[in-house]
Design a protein around this ligand. Sequence first.
Ligand code: PXP
Length: 247
Amino acid sequence: MARLSVNIDHIATLRQARLGKEPDPVMAASIVELAGADGITVHLREDRRHIQDRDLRLLRETVKTKLNLEMAAIDEMVNIAMEVKPDMVTLVPEKRAELTTEGGLDVTINKEGLLRQVSILKDGGITVSLFINPDIDQVKSALRVGADYVEIHTGRYADAANKEEGEMEFGRILDAVKAAGKLRMGINAGHGLNYINIKKMSKISEIDEFSIGHGIIARAALVGLDRAVREMAELVKVNQAVLKQPL
Ligand code: PXP
């Protein structure tokens, strides 16, 4: 049965919108774990636009399941990972102007650097995953640089404009998953997955773990809104009732 790692970056995005203290991703992680997630994922970006170093360090102390750190394949981040020691590092390509991770790593082109970084992280006892497009050559390169896992980018499947395109992308994912399985690599998948498209994706039994963020936090904002408004309406009414009483 596949595991679910929940990406809580968006909780930090909301906090950073006011540069305040809430919502706190550390509290969110505990709720996510209580609800049954198998892991917590955060992406510490070079520009620190959502998750902060403080969050990562506290999460390392509080997360009871598995902490997966997504990060760029650069020395600054490798040093941080070696200090904090998450259970897994997922190396991703990172562009400053992007809204979210846009594509997979080109493992073939970046072989030399990745070989070195993967080996440092693995020597530090950290499991290493590489976020790649569903491409068999990239799977093979990931094995060659020593990665334990590949995370297959499901974004193109999720964003497919029509059924044919969706099926073609699903086929690519399936081929990449089968190739990684043959090479005995661990297999994760993620990006753009939601409550609808996960139904088909979760039928791929070889996938060990799904990494899902946006879909879950977007759903939480809507299903949690009713309760949040009721609680505030109650407080507003209570205060009005108090004001109407003689002082
Ligand atoms: N996997 C990786 C490598 C990512 O960069 C992201 C987005 O941060 C996700 C999974 C989760 O994607 P989404 O937020 O669309 O569920």
